[in-house]
Write a protein that binds this ligand. Structure first.
Ligand code: BES
Ligand code: ZN
Ligand code: ZN
Length: 528
């Protein structure tokens, strides 16, 4: 008998016979009917070894409401429960079919200088994610989560861990849909808790949007489809406008560098512009530029076949730009932001750009394309020149730019290149709050000299040596910006997740979307 038929029958029997049943029997039936409803409760590590777990206000109140049973059960069930992990408890009371206790670590965990992050928040994301996933795995479809001391972080851990990209699979192969809801009992300031919870959900959903854009196969996420998706999702938001430019427009802007990348592809290139006017009309905009290569085969300098499919996410910079502006608009951050996204495929063909070809960028500089796989910098070069025409407050570009940064930093942090100490500090602070960190890298003149010594042109698109590939790429981009208020983020290392972030699971990460939003928030609090 299937579970649903079983449940329907139990309900029928219950309805027919209620009047004859005494209250004990009724309680038994109601227990069997609350299946699929789970609760996440936070606990902190004991102060001393072999001491007792410390309860959050919600957990303490819950424990009291069931006559201290949780405390008793935890004495044995809580053994060896590590920080960031959770344990399922059954039959604790009749209102929930399972309870997951989540170990939030030390009660006073805060900013960790060496780790450069707020360890307390990160513990909450990790422990709540573990608890929510355990409850989902035992079939709960309605999961209540207490704030665990920070409702925003709890919401992030919940919604980020539940993401899965399975829309192209048959329904029975997809992960079950789960509702996560805030549990407010035991917390005094309910409205503040709800506000923080919903902010956390918005941030996580923004990151999940970037994950979906990146996971989608390249045949279903062409430049045209990317523009349609963004128009559908962002143009409806308050104070937002989306403009889609075509190849003819890019030609009229003399974007010869960008256009050299699309030559091998049959898909029309696009240049997407997203505007969010959350600030005063006279405030100069923050300009975000995102690399939008919807598939990077390497072109004529073709990549090896293994893992080439991952290059469907070579529009990760574009996805982060779009999703962070979307979140900024939903949260109503008081700032003006412009997103510029050059989109195309990088493919080999009889028309494709060849190693040694020379192209001219919008600022008149010529570039010798010695390696067609170093295409990200070519599309960004023109987008950066265009960004400068808006007299921006600052320019931030973000790209899955180099394999070299994967070697340097792995999946732990996004590399940041900037001359501006102020920009660096604001970004670093943002990463510490979100747990999605950035790490500063150098813009030494030596790297520039590696790029400006070309046989045929002003610049070469690859360095003379193979060393420091992420640094030389940054030095190349610097040739296309005049302002010092510029930061380049090489996010190739954080493009996908294996085990670096415990609350993300395997696959495209959507990082560092939440850090970009937090950065905008930090900027909005400073006078421009
Ligand atoms: N999209 C790649 C970089 C990349 C590698 C992103 C791995 C994510 C994971 C980029 O276009 C590229 O191929 N860069 C080359 C540059 C080289 C030819 C100078 C690289 O890093 O190998
Ligand atoms: Zn490439
Ligand atoms: Zn690329």
């Amino acid at each position: 008998m299937s579970a649903s038929i079983h449940l329907a029958r139990a309900r029928r029997i219950l309805l027919q016979q209620t009047s004859q049943f005494n209250s004990n029997i009724l309680r038994y039936f109601s227990m069997s009917l609350v299946q699929n409803k789970g609760l996440v409760l936070g606990i902190y590590e004991p102060k001393e070894k072999d001491g007792q777990f410390i309860f959050t206000p919600a957990t303490a109140q819950y424990n009291e409401s069931i006559g201290g049973k949780l405390e008793t059960v935890l004495k044995t069930a809580g053994r060896k429960l590590k920080t960031g992990k959770s344990r399922l408890l059954y039959g604790v009371d009749g209102n929930y079919s399972a309870i997951a206790v989540a170990n939030l670590g030390k009660l006073d965990a805060g900013y960790d200088e060496l780790e450069q992050l707020d360890q307390g928040k990160e513990n909450i994301r990790t422990a709540v994610a573990s608890a929510v996933l355990s409850l989902r795995d035992v079939g709960e479809t309605q999961i209540y989560v207490e704030p665990c001391g920070d409702a925003e972080a709890a919401a992030e851990g919940s919604a980020l861990s539940l993401f899965s990209y399975d829309e192209l699979k048959q329904e029975d192969k997809r992960k079950p849909a789960v509702d996560v809801l805030i549990y407010t009992a035991g917390n005094n300031d309910e409205s503040a808790v709800r506000l923080n919870w919903s902010r956390g959900l918005t941030l996580a959903e923004g990151q999940n949007f970037a994950r979906r854009l990146k996971e989608t196969p390249a045949n279903l996420m062409t430049p045209t489809i990317f523009c349609e998706e963004i128009t559908k999702n962002i143009s409806k938001l308050p104070k937002c406008t989306v403009t889609v430019r075509d190849q003819a427009w890019a030609e009229s802007m003399k974007m010869g560098s960008f256009l050299s990348v699309t030559r091998g592809s049959e898909e029309p290139p696009k240049f997407l512009e997203i505007d969010y006017q959350g600030g005063k009309p006279e405030d100069p905009p923050v300009v975000f530029v995102g690399k939008g290569i919807t598939f990077d085969s390497g072109g004529i300098s073709i990549k090896p076949a293994s893992d080439m499919d991952k290059m469907r996410a070579d529009m990760g910079g574009a996805a982060c730009v779009a999703s962070s502006i979307q979140v900024a608009a939903i949260l109503g951050i008081p700032i003006n932001v412009k997103g510029l996204i050059p989109l195309c495929e990088n493919l080999p063909s009889g028309k494709a750009t060849k190693p040694g070809d020379v192209v001219r960028a919008m600022n008149g500089k010529t570039i010798q394309v010695d390696n067609t796989d170093a295409e990200g910098r070519l599309v960004l070069a023109d987008a950066l020149c265009y960004a400068e025409t808006f007299q921006p407050r600052l320019i931030l570009d973000i790209a899955t730019l180099t394999g070299a940064v994967v070697v340097a930093l792995g999946g732990v942090a996004t590399a940041a290149y900037t001359k501006s100490q102020n920009i660096w500090e604001k970004l670093n602070k943002a990463g510490a709050v979100t747990g999605d960190r950035v790490w500063r890298m150098p813009l030494f003149k030596y790297y520039t000299s590696q790029m400006t010594d070309a046989d045929l042109a002003d610049l070469n698109n690859i360095g003379k040596k193979r060393q420091a590939g992420s640094c030389t790429a940054a030095a190349f981009l610097q040739e296309f910006v005049k302002t010092d208020q510029w930061v380049h983020l090489d996010m190739a290392g954080v493009m996908s997740n294996t085990d670096e972030v415990p609350y993300l699971g395997k696959g495209m990460s959507g990082r560092p979307t939440r850090t970009l939003v937090q950065f905008l928030e930090n900027l909005s609090q400073e006078k421009s």
